[in-house]
Design a binder for this molecule. Structure first.
Ligand SMILES: O=C(O)c1ccccc1NCC(=O)[C@H](O)[C@H](O)COP(=O)(O)O
Length: 207
């Protein structure tokens, strides 16, 4: 079954909204460049306000190993999402502590082979500018889309079913098209995103 992640969670009410909508994972962005950046304290409170069945994903970009591990620990994250050009050693070191969503841009797809059989690393394909709301060219990506990878980049309630039909990702992730403004969720969009992804699972994937 498809895994659905709602990213850019910045408050307890938005965490509860996404969990009640049926999201499998909530993203908490610690990258300094983000307009949705949260502190460890806010992420911890929001993450702990939902049940343990909902994954709490700490999102990082170009940050040092110590910072990633320290923030993930103090915010009680259950997994870590890594953006940016990173060495394999760095990703391995994080994966020794947390399940990792390693984010690749289409131009970086050669790195996918490195993580093919790694038990703690799952790939996610995303647009070159994370959190920008820009969609990838799914048809162009199809021949090289790694089996078992997740998809992000410009997804929302109105296009997630089509993206799933083209690429059959193992998970989908979104933020921009689920917001009223950066860091504040649009209730209707979150509900429709999760429901549409669930319904599209039945249509796009072999049972
Ligand atoms: O969303 C951000 O502001 C952000 C900034 C820096 C690194 C990662 C960021 N977001 C990570 C995500 O997981 C987003 O959901 C993903 O990039 C898709 O974003 P969107 O295209 O806006 O749906």
């Amino acid at each position: 079954m498809i895994r659905v992640k709602v990213c850019g969670t910045t408050s307890v009410p938005d965490a509860v909204l996404s969990a009640e909508a049926g999201a499998d994972a909530l993203g908490f962005i610690f990258a300094p460049v983000s307009r949705r950046r949260v502190t460890a304290a806010v992420a911890r409170d929001a993450g702990l306000s939902v049940g343990p069945s909902v994954a709490r994903v700490g999102v990082f970009m170009d940050q040092g190993l110590d910072e990633v591990l320290r923030l993930s620990e103090s915010a009680r994250m259950s997994s870590v999402q890594l953006h940016g050009p990173l060495s394999s050693l760095y990703v391995e070191q994080v994966a020794a502590y947390y399940p990792v969503l390693r984010v690749l841009r289409p131009a970086d797809l050669a790195e996918a082979a490195v993580w093919k059989d790694h038990p703690a690393v799952t790939l996610m394909l995303d647009a070159p500018a994370p959190g920008s709301g820009h969609a990838l060219d799914w048809a162009a990506l199809r021949p090289a889309f790694p089996p078992g990878a997740w998809l992000a980049g410009g997804l929302g309630p109105d296009n997630v079913a089509q993206a799933m039909q083209v690429l059959a990702p193992a998970g989908v992730d979104a933020v921009s098209h689920l917001e009223l403004r950066p860091g504040v969720k649009n209730r209707d969009a979150v509900l429709r995103f999760v429901q549409t992804a669930r319904a599209a699972t039945a249509a796009s994937y072999p049972q």
